[in-house]
Write a protein that binds this ligand. Sequence first.
Ligand code: PLP
Length: 409
Amino acid sequence: MNVESLRNDFPLLTRTFHGKPLIYLDSAATSQKPTAVIEAESEFYEQKNANPHRGVYALSEEATEAYEGARARVGRFLKAASPDEVVFVRGTTEAINTVAFGLGRSVLAKGDRVVSTVMEHHSNIVPWHMLRAAPGIHLDFVGIGDDGRLQLDELDRLLALKPKVVAVTFVSNVLGTVNPVREIADRAHEVGALVVVDAAQAAPHRPIDVGALGADFLAFSGHKTLGPTGIGVLWGRSELLEKLPPSEGGGEMIREVHLDRVSYREPPGRFEAGTPNVAGAIGLSVALDYLEGVGFEGLAAHEKKLTRRAYDRAMERFSDRITMFGPRPNGDREAVLSFALRGVHPHDIASLLDAEGIAIRSGHHCAQPLMERLGVPALSRASPYLYNTVDEIDRLFEALAGVEKVFAR
Ligand SMILES: Cc1ncc(COP(=O)(O)O)c(C=O)c1O
C-alpha cells in the first residue's frame, strides 16, 4: 500500500488549518472521501438523476439500474446470499432502529430479554432501551475486563436466561476491540437468540462475510467506509427480513393500499419507504470498489504499523502519564486509539491540537455506559485510517508533548 500516492486521491487532505497542514485523525467519526466517490455522486446528478423504480422512461430505468447495481455491489461486499438481503438506510443508527422496532413489534413480547454489551455505541443501546417501555423487555449488558475485551463467561450467564436477541458491536469505537462475533453468534444461536451486529467500525477496516460471521442482522454506515453521508446498510437474512415489520410507511414500500387495508412489498423494498438516496448508494458502491482495490490485507498491516507507532511514542514520551485504552497493540484490535493524559482534560487536548492542524475527537464518543465502566468522564481519541502516515502519528505525539507543557506551567 503506497500511502503517499493514495493521499492524492483525497482532495480534502490538502487543506490547512491555522496555517498548518491538516492531520486528520478522526476517521472513526467519519472518513474522508476519495475523488472517485465524489465524482460518482456528481455524475449521477449530471447524467442519471431520476426517481428510480417509478418512471417507465429510459432515464428512470438508468437510475433504477444504477441504484440496484449499487445494491448488488454491497451484497458482494458482505458476501450476502442475495442482493435482496441488502436494505439501504441512512446509516448504522437507522439500520439498528429498523431491526429493534421491527423485532419489538413481532418477535419480542413483554418480559423477553435482550442482551447487549457495555462497549456499544449509543445507537446499539438506545433503540433497545426504548423497547423497555413497550413491549416491556429486560435489557442486560455483558461487561468488559481490564484488557478491554468482553467477558464471555458473563455472556454465558446471560444466555442462560434465554434472551431473544443478542446485539453486539463487531469493533468498539472507543477501545478498538475486535469482538469474537462468530463465537458469540454460535453461543447465542444455541439458546435460540437472534444476533444483531453493529459493523460500523468493522466495515471500513476488514472484509465482512455475513454467513461466516453467523450474523442474523448487520449494520454499517457509508460515511465511515469512504462513502457519502446519509447512506448505510441494513443486511438481514432473507427469511428474517421477510418476517420483519417495516418501521416506516409511505410510497414504494407497498404492494397495495386501500382505505381499509394495506399490504407491503417483499424486502428490501418494504424497508425503503419514499425516494431513496440513489446518489449515496452509488457513491457507497464506488467507495467499496476503492477500498477493495486498496486491499484489506495491506490496510490491516498499515494500521497495525500506525497503532504500534502510537503506543511506542506514547510510552517513550509520556510513560505512566498517559493511559492508552483497549487491548494491547499486538493483539487483534483496530487502530482506534483512545487515551487520557494525566492532568489535562480531553477537550483541552483536542482544542490545543486543533491549533496545530491536528483533528482528533474528545468526549464520551456516544458510549456513556463505557465511560462509566472505565471511570472517566471523557477520553481523547485518535483514529487513523488508510491515508494517515507514520510521520503524522509522530507529529501527534510531539504536539501532545506541547500540550502537556502548557498545563505544566
Ligand atoms: C460502533 C458504532 N456504531 C454505530 C455508529 C453510528 O453510526 P451512524 O452515526 O453513521 O449512524 C457509530 C458512529 O460513530 C459507531 O462508531
